[in-house]
Design a protein around this ligand. Structure first.
Ligand code: SAM
Length: 265
């Protein structure tokens, strides 16, 4: 497992193994309205208390560092080559805003990633409760499964897998990131599209949730995160996850400090 505090643009110097699955939750470009309709806009969720520090704020300030074409180029280079055998092809899953989907589908084609299946992740709750008595509120996240030509590896155990997938809440992983994805959901996706030992890459790793899911499923993984604060917090959580897997408990912070930029599984 390697986790880089880096743009994914520098990937060539790392000599990474190619991915069976790329999972990327890209910046949604929601700008200063990130907490719109969310009670967090107000202190203690009550507009009588006035606005909180989250009003008119972004989820994170690294949207501007994200260049979709460079990202897609990286993903196309880092996905394993198309294998001869059926049922072994790599793929990528992008979590994205509803409005980004058509752009990403067309962008992917420029890099030879010609096919898609749209994904909907259904929550049994909504963050938009402030609008709940005025209009329909959103309870879904959107995503794309993208692949070149051959259908990707697919471990469905003989069951139908619907493109509308239940959003499993994550009650155990510490919350480190405003748009953190649930580890149980990531584990489900990883289990469908990879086998043990396969490589999973998350180019925009945030809290490291994808890497934690991959480690817990005995997949090899690489991640990138440009924002130092997220990287540091995620790195600690990843080290703890590795410790738990190896020793059954997280080692002390002092011991963990001995692992610097990356750690080896
Ligand atoms: C939507 S968040 C990902 C959250 C993550 N899926 C999680 O569960 O915690 C996108 C992340 O991409 C990072 N990011 C933006 N541009 C980047 C770049 N060029 N290279 C690496 N990371 C980048 C942001 O700092 C942000 O943390």
């Amino acid at each position: 497992m390697f986790f880089y505090n880096d743009h994914f643009q520098n990937y060539k110097k790392y000599g990474m193994h190619k991915a069976q699955l790329v999972i990327a939750d890209i910046p949604y470009n929601v700008g200063k309205n990130a907490y719109g309709s969310n009670p967090a806009w107000y202190k203690n969720g009550d507009n009588a208390n006035g606005e909180s520090e989250l009003a008119n704020s972004e989820f994170f300030d690294t949207d501007k560092d994200f260049r979709p074409a460079e990202f897609m180029h990286f993903c196309s280079k880092m996905m394993k080559k198309e294998p001869k055998a059926r049922g072994q092809a790599p793929c990528m899953i992008i979590f994205c805003a509803f409005d980004q989907q058509m752009y990403l589908i067309e962008l992917a084609k420029r890099y030879g990633i010609n096919h898609y299946i749209n994904l909907v992740f259904r929550k049994n709750f909504s963050a938009q409760v402030l609008k709940a008595n005025m209009r329909i509120v959103g309870n879904c996240e959107y995503g794309l499964l993208l692949y070149r030509d051959k259908l990707p590896k697919f471990n469905n155990d003989g069951k139908m897998i619907f493109n509308c997938i239940d959003w499993e809440k994550d009650s155990t992983t510490p919350k480190l990131h405003p748009t953190q994805k649930p580890v149980p959901l990531l584990k489900k996706l990883i289990s469908i599209f990879t086998d043990e030992g396969d490589v999973v890459i998350d180019p925009v790793a945030g809290s490291g949730s994808t890497l934690i899911a991959a480690i817990q499923m005995n997949r090899r993984c690489y991640g990138f995160e440009i924002k130092k604060d997220f990287y540091n917090a995620a790195n600690k959580l990843i080290n703890d996850t590795l410790d738990i897997q190896k020793y059954g408990y997280p080692k002390t912070e002092m011991e963990n400090d001995q692992t610097s930029l990356f750690c080896n599984l």
